[in-house]
Design a protein around this ligand. Structure first.
Ligand code: NAI
Length: 355
């Protein structure tokens, strides 16, 4: 465990095996230095149990970095329930999962994620109170964070084109948007209002037609969207779409989008850097949604205040791009080290207070 390549001084990793219900789960608390470890619960049928551990370790660290870089008073955690879960057992499994979360006494706050719905989280909430308002807010049924995520991505694209192309506005620039879901469509709206020209793709043709009608976007095949001859590529579909192969053939100057874990491998990031393609680290540029959600949880949710916090993504990226340039380091490594500095400072401060 401690030698696992994705183990990053996680504070706690809980392996849960509940014989009565068949629940098998892993809860990873990466850091509580900035606050309770917040992060969703994923229910997934992994090819191997080891993949579930990798997912929990990586995703929980990602949450710590994302929250730290957004200056939110929350730590990072994540849980995975190993599927499949038979439908007649689902309720009992979710209740058992809630009991496991409860043993951490609030160190970890769960929410829904891939494979888990708001209704599922309501079942989890029967056995623990450590289920956050994230469940409603991050889901599609409550306050939708996607417009805030899209706003942050638009602000981030503005920062990236300033840094890479010396352009102060988006009018006349071309942007290829991969994925026209909750975030992608709002992003198209924002970019269209700024006068950008849109090239789009989605596996769902109805979404493409909608973008064509509303924004005069040009639809292209999902296989070609990332290698269009455009100024900016905005991955807003699933993670891992920037493979090493794609990184070699991207023709845009900037990659800046909403998807989590856009780079399939660290090498893909290095290839982008070598080729002079400026990459906006995903967990920095896509923090608009979590900023909105945290505002809802804390009750500090005045719309203008939230928008101002989301707009701070721009200066944050400006600083990352400037450091990457001056130190000749790739942007995602700069963001990782900035996040680690913030977490270490918070950890030291907590230790001093405890002493
Ligand atoms: P969504 O599920 O609403 O939209 C995803 C869209 O991508 C769908 O329209 C789907 O048809 C399309 N798609 C899937 N595979 C594709 C492919 N190969 N090529 C082109 N299109 C494809 O998801 P949502 O909420 O818009 O999120 C998009 C990404 O942003 C995800 O990676 C998500 O994790 C990330 N994200 C979302 C946030 C939010 O506020 N919704 C916050 C932070 C990150």
């Amino acid at each position: 465990m401690f030698d696992h390549p994705d183990f990053d001084a996680h504070e706690k990793v809980l392996f849960v095996n509940d014989a009565a219900t068949g629940l098998r789960a892993i809860i990873a608390v990466h850091s509580t230095a900035l606050g309770a470890a917040a992060g969703g619960c994923r229910l997934w049928s992994y090819a191997a149990d080891a993949d579930a551990l990798t997912d929990a370790l990586r995703l929980s660290r990602g949450m710590s970095y994302k929250n730290a870089m957004a200056d939110l008073p929350m730590g990072g955690g994540k849980s995975v329930i190993l599927g499949p879960v038979a439908s007649e057992k689902r309720e009992a499994v979710l209740e058992a999962f809630g009991r496991a979360v409860d043993t951490l006494s609030g160190q970890y706050i769960t929410a829904e994620d891939v494979g888990v719905s708001v209704a599922d989280m309501q079942i989890v909430a029967r056995t623990t109170k450590h289920v956050s308002g994230l469940s409603a807010a991050a889901g599609k049924s409550g306050g939708d964070p996607s417009p805030f995520t899209a706003r942050g991505v638009r602000v981030g694209i503005e920062s990236a084109v300033r840094a890479r192309l010396g352009r102060t506005e988006l009018a006349g620039l071309s942007v290829a948007v991969q994925g026209l879901g909750h975030v992608g469509m709002y992003l198209c709206q924002e970019l269209n209002e700024m006068g950008a020209n849109l090239i789009v793709a989605d596996i769902n043709p109805a979404r493409v037609s909608e973008a064509q009608m509303r924004f005069g976007a040009v639809g292209v095949s999902v296989d070609d969207i990332l290698t269009q001859p455009v100024d900016v590529v905005a991955p807003c579909a699933l993670g891992g779409t920037i493979t090493e192969y794609v990184a070699r053939y991207i023709r845009a100057s900037v990659v800046a989008g909403a998807a989590n874990n856009q780079l399939l491998t660290a090498e893909a990031g290095r290839i982008l850097g070598e080729r002079g393609v400026l990459y906006a680290p995903d967990y920095v540029i896509n923090a608009g949604g979590i900023i909105m959600v945290q505002g809802e949880i804390s009750g500090d949710n005045d719309a203008d205040l939230i928008r101002a916090r989301v707009d701070a993504i721009g200066p944050r990226l400006d600083a990352i791009f400037a450091t990457a340039k001056s130190d000749n380091v790739i942007t995602n490594e700069v963001a990782d080290s900035m996040a680690r500095v913030k977490l270490d400072a918070a950890r030291r401060m907590r230790a001093r207070i405890a002493a």
